[in-house]
Structures are given as structure tokens and as C-alpha cells.
Design a protein around this ligand. Structure first.
Ligand SMILES: O=C(O)CCC(=O)C(=O)O
Length: 286
């Protein structure tokens, strides 16, 4: 991520680093001061019907542009819950979630945690430890990597069939990630348009894809060829969606202008206790 376009909020105080828990505590959710109420059977059935209709009426895989694929509802509910639980556990431990603050007091409008390698938003570079507390980033869980690799393979099969291509690796190369940035957006979270360009020159030159998981509330996702949001295309990313951009699309400008309140599947919220907001994991190869 290139950092200078994210800073929009100023504070005179230096932040204290307290671990951020992406899930509501169980006692709270049971005690009536819950942030989300248990969905009714009617609401649950409505959600299921909506999901089925969505699969019937629209394509599950969408080619947004050359090298850019959206796999709708790709991550199963149980895998989404497992990902939330793992991110909660890692996020509350050493190297867990924090809100990045720049030297001038500007803040990112999200909570961030790095896996594999630390990405420093101020320096726009990767390293082994982060400056706020010298913590090493946790490793990427093996099951996350497996899902990423499978999503790329499925996208390649889709592109091959859709575009009648013989060498799909030229359009969307394979990738085994060694870094992941996990973002948690509260309902007011956002991220300005930027390019992901801090990986190694080789990784960028080869167009090794960025793979992004969306879990929780939906988000508007903007993408385009420059930093101007008015020129950008928009797609809504929903819980369970996987977005992949590699090859020619690796250098697109992209960002998240807003989160849609109360749009997470109620069964996901009920079973995971995820706070209102959106969990996003973006995987790359350093
Ligand atoms: O939240 C998203 O969908 C995008 C995240 C992103 O652009 C990044 O981490 O570089």
C-alpha cells in the first residue's frame, strides 16, 4: 500500500497500543447490551433465499478486467467463521491489530495487523518487526494460504474457459503468499485509492496477484487507472467474496470509500460475534 493517500484524521495525542478485539465478548453478547440481536428464523430464511437467488441470477465468477477476477461467495460460512476466529486470536496477541498513526498525527481509518512480514505505512516498506512495539508479525496460517492458492487456481480455470486462452499464467500468474495485511474496518472505516507497490521489483514485474478476502459487512470497492475516485469503477464486495488482481491489473489504484452498515450475514455475526464492520485480508508475495 502507498501510505500518503490514507491520512485524513489528525490527533495531537500519541496512541496507546491496546489490543483490538474484532469480536464482541461473549458475556456482552449474552447480557443484553449486545451490539447485534439474534436473527429471527424469518430473517435467516430470507437470507438463505437471497443467497440462492444470487447464485441463480448472476455469475459466481466475474472477470472485472484482464487479470482481475471476483469470486462471489467463494469462502464458505464455516471457513469465514474460522478465519474470523483465527484473526481474533492473532489480533489480540503480539503483533496484533493496531491503528496506524503517522508522525504528523494522521491516522488510518482502520485497524491493521500484518502476517508473515510487517508493512510499515509510514515508510511504505516491509520489515521483520514493527516500530510501535518491536513485535514480530505472526505467521500466515497454513489454511489461509491453501485457500488463496485454490482461489487463484479456480480463477485461472475460469479465465481459461471464458477467454479461450492457452497460457493463462501470462494473464494471471500463480502465487503462494508470504505476506498478508489484515484490515478491520469499523462501520466508519475507509481506505483511500492507492496502488500496492511495496513488494519486491520481481514480484511486481511478474504481476504476482493480490488476493483479497472480504468477511462481514459489505464494502464499496473502487478501482481504476488513477487516483481520481470519480474516474474509478465500483464493485460491492460482500462477505465471502474473493477478489484477485494480477498480471496487467496488478498496478490498479484501489480503495474502500465506505462500509455498508448491517449488511453482514446474520448467521455469520451470530456464530462468530464479529463486531459491526468488515474484515479484509490481502495476500501477496513479497
Ligand atoms: O479492504 C480492501 O478491500 C482493500 C485493502 C487494500 O487495498 C490493502 O490492504 O492494500
Amino acid at each position: 500500500m502507498a501510505a500518503d493517500h490514507f491520512r485524513t484524521e489528525h490527533s495531537e495525542h500519541l496512541p496507546m497500543h491496546v489490543p483490538f478485539d474484532i469480536c464482541q465478548s461473549k458475556s456482552k453478547s449474552k447480557s443484553g447490551s449486545a451490539l447485534s440481536l439474534k436473527p429471527s428464523l424469518f430473517a435467516k430464511n430470507k437470507e438463505k433465499r437471497k443467497e440462492q437467488e444470487c447464485f441463480k441470477s448472476s455469475e459466481k465468477h466475474i472477470l472485472l478486467r484482464k487479470g482481475m477476477v471476483l469470486l462471489r461467495k467463494y469462502i464458505s460460512l464455516s471457513n469465514q467463521i474460522n478465519i474470523i476466529k483465527k484473526c481474533q486470536e492473532l489480533g489480540c496477541g503480539p503483533g496484533g491489530f493496531y491503528q496506524p498513526v503517522f508522525r504528523d498525527g494522521a491516522k488510518l481509518h482502520l485497524q491493521m495487523m500484518c502476517l508473515g512480514k510487517n508493512w510499515d505505512p509510514e515508510m511504505k516498506s516491509y520489515g521483520d518487526r514493527r516500530s510501535i512495539d518491536d513485535a514480530c508479525p505472526p505467521s500466515i496460517p497454513v489454511e489461509f494460504n491453501k485457500l488463496v492458492e485454490q482461489a487463484i487456481l479456480d480463477s485461472q480455470v475460469f479465465i481459461k474457459q471464458d477467454q479461450k486462452l492457452s497460457n493463462v499464467e501470462d494473464v494471471l500468474p500463480g502465487m503462494s503468499p508470504d505476506i498478508c495485511i489484515v484490515n478491520f474496518y469499523t462501520e466508519s472505516g475507509k481506505l483511500g485509492l492507492h496502488q500496492d507497490r511495496d513488494e519486491t521489483p520481481e514480484s511486481l514485474k511478474r504481476g504476482l496477484p493480490v488476493v483479497s478476502f472480504s468477511i462481514g459487512d459489505s464494502a464499496e470497492f473502487l478501482y481504476g487507472d488513477n487516483r481520481d475516485p470519480d474516474m474509478a469503477h465500483k464493485v460491492v464486495l460482500e462477505s465471502g467474496d474473493v477478489l484477485i488482481f494480477g498480471g496487467e491489473a496488478r498496478h490498479i489504484f484501489h480503495g474502500v470509500p465506505c462500509i455498508t452498515r448491517n449488511s453482514a450475514p446474520s448467521s455469520l455475526v451470530e456464530e462468530s460475534n464479529l463486531l459491526p464492520g468488515r474484515l479484509n485480508l490481502t495476500f501477496r508475495k513479497y
